[in-house]
Design a protein. Structure first.
Length: 145
């Protein structure tokens, strides 16, 4: 399925990686271009709002974003839920995806650039290290000072 398949009555959770336009995937951008309605997280960089099509409605997402997305999809809107970060990284994100799926609306999840990759790029550091047995291991940011 391509992003061109965003159809009326569907909600797509589109991640933006670090929240900037550079973290938006090509598939996410294509979905955004086809949206009738965009629910935007507060952490989204302002330059991403310029990518919302002229004919689309953009609204800041509230705590009831899933219910709002369901309401819009049930009335035939093509909805993009533009999320700062990974679209299902936190328990709240997973709960939102479950509510959408349980409501029976078309749902697709499009991650942006992985947060770990964005962090590594910002630090100009590697994101993985090979162990002596050549198994990649991800780094964490804890303890860095």
């Amino acid at each position: 399925m391509d992003a061109a398949d965003l159809e009326p009555g569907c909600v797509w959770l589109v991640g933006t990686g670090d929240g900037s336009s550079g973290g938006l995937s090509v598939a996410g951008w294509r979905a955004l271009q086809q949206a009738d309605f965009v629910l935007v997280d507060a952490g989204i960089a302002p330059e991403l709002l310029h990518l919302v099509p002229a004919g689309a409605v953009a609204e800041t997402a509230s705590a009831a974003a899933a219910r709002r997305a369901i309401e819009l999809a049930m009335t035939g809107w093509r909805v993009v839920r533009l999320k700062a970060g990974d679209p299902v990284a936190a328990a709240d994100d997973i709960a939102e995806a479950r509510l959408l799926a349980e409501a029976g609306v078309g749902l697709r999840i499009l991650p942006g650039a992985a947060s770990i990759a964005a962090a590594a790029a910002a630090l100009t550091a590697e994101g993985t290290r090979r162990s002596p047995r050549h198994h990649p291991a991800a780094f964490t940011m804890s303890g860095m000072g």
